[in-house]
Design a protein around this ligand. Sequence first.
Ligand code: VAH
Length: 313
Amino acid sequence: KILITGASGQIGSVLSEKLKEKYGTENILATDLHHNPDYIGPFEVLDVTDFEALQTLVVNKGITQIYHLAAILSANGEKFPLNTWDINMKTFFNVLEVSRLHNIEKVFYPSSIAVFGNNVERVDTPQSSNLTPSTVYGMSKVAGENWAKYYTEKYGLDIRSIRYPGIIGYQSLPGGGTTDYAVDIFHKAINQEEFECFLGPDTMLPMIYMDDAIRATIELMEAPKEKLRIKTSYNLVGMSFTPETLASEIQQIHPNFKIRYQPDYRQQIADSWPMSIDDTDARKDWDWQPKYGLKRMIQDMFVNLNTPMPFTP
Ligand code: VAH
């Protein structure tokens, strides 16, 4: 039985659907801060900062795996730094402790390319780069990676983690990230609206299509434990592109689509992140292989966005 925290979020809302497909709706317990009336299946309102509430759900529902997706992301996280740290760390500590105390078999912990800061190689950023993040969100993910490694080594907890790049999908909207422009742009294009991009045209960032990100997550969770050499978090990437490249590819399909660039505070965050990622370790340890490049992703986005969304998040 799997519990998902942050199940109404950008990743959580897609991951919960995939996990229901794979393991059966009744074996997935979706949770988030607010009830989601559109969700089909077991759903509980849960504030993961509440240890007792989390423990009660895990015990009463016979949970054996936890996917911990609740967090405050990079851009929003800069508005109230100490609150971001408290929320991101408190929730993960609760997940770690409840998992240790109740013999949870596996835990998934999402990290991010936000763990990388300045003074690392920004092209094909290596798995083992030193981590000097420029955002509180990134700092919380570096700390989280090390706590995951600590619980793995000290308590034998099976925690697996991916450093997600920017994630692009049609099923959900992102919430407060620095890569959100790459989702918003598609909605503007299909609504024939001009897009104001909060990053400059040449801002190269590592990205991944949602379908690849979800498949990678499940493949990592199903990989034989003995093959997983990285105990902090795996680098992973689908593709890298700039807003200008994305916009010109979109204009192949929507010739009248217009974009203008209005960099804001998120530009500094993006400038501290890698431009591309070396994910050799994920390819070697658990056969990671992306299936979506830029053109295929754009095609799939427009095909699916032109059909009504299953629910409005
Ligand atoms: C964010 N989408 O922008 C998230 C992610 C790498 C980006 O961490 O904060």
